[in-house]
Design a protein around this ligand. Sequence first.
Ligand SMILES: C[S@@+](CC[C@H](N)C(=O)[O-])C[C@H]1O[C@@H](n2cnc3c(N)ncnc32)[C@H](O)[C@@H]1O
Length: 257
Amino acid sequence: MISSLAADETNFLRLEKLLRLRSYFGDIYGSTDLCVLLYVLAKRERPKCVVELGTGLGVCTAWLSLALLEVGEGHIWTFDDGSHLLKKEIVRNAATSVRKLFNLPPNPDENLKALFLDLIRELDLEGNVTFVDQHIDYDERLRIVIDRIDAKEINWLFSDISHGPKEISTIIGTFVPKMSEYGSIFIDSASNNIYSAPYLERVVPLLNAGLLPQSPDFKVWADGPQNMTSRVFELIHLREARDGPQNSTAWIRIHPK
Ligand SMILES: C[S@@+](CC[C@H](N)C(=O)[O-])C[C@H]1O[C@@H](n2cnc3c(N)ncnc32)[C@H](O)[C@@H]1O
């Protein structure tokens, strides 16, 4: 007799909806396969605190939420200011289609928060996720994110807003001190970016040497952990063998020496 949550009938129905979400809307942000990859990894690694910068249409958020629901613990804080939904026609049209596909009530004043909350309720995944309606300003060193999450440390950070060297520098400077002993930072679209990939190749060895890059963004290290030298930072470029935007993710794995 199979009794695991994954074999539960409700879960099959939810999974079917998530497959539809991924198949119909994943391509808009290149998340069609990434969401499944993150789901499988999350099931294996069981991150307790996941932070996602940039919810988009919630494709990865929903798959990650399912993983956490299935393992029985963990929470995702997902941040978005809703700007794409306001400004981009393709995202507005997709939002309307998401509502039609899942029979969500139409919303003439559509906004991302309302859409996300309706969707996540329909998928019955509310328990594991908090949507934070927040504009993120990299010049404020992302402190706002740390202040808004209710967790001592972050196990996974998935950054899917901006991926230039300057933003990556701010992301690393802000979040590495808050990462758990074993952790992962995913930076979408960075591994195929002609500026960001070489930047990461330079900066990760510096982290491994316990050195701080010479950048004002790293001032935040002053109040960071003293145990940096006891950690290993491993850079893995996840590159998709397909052309197109958002076809790579940089993965920095952190673990003790
Ligand atoms: C690439 S999409 C996220 C895709 C999503 N993570 C996925 O896997 O499907 C980027 C999102 O970031 C949001 N965004 C862009 N700039 C932002 C900012 N400065 N602060 C907060 N959200 C922002 C946009 O509204 C958009 O929904």
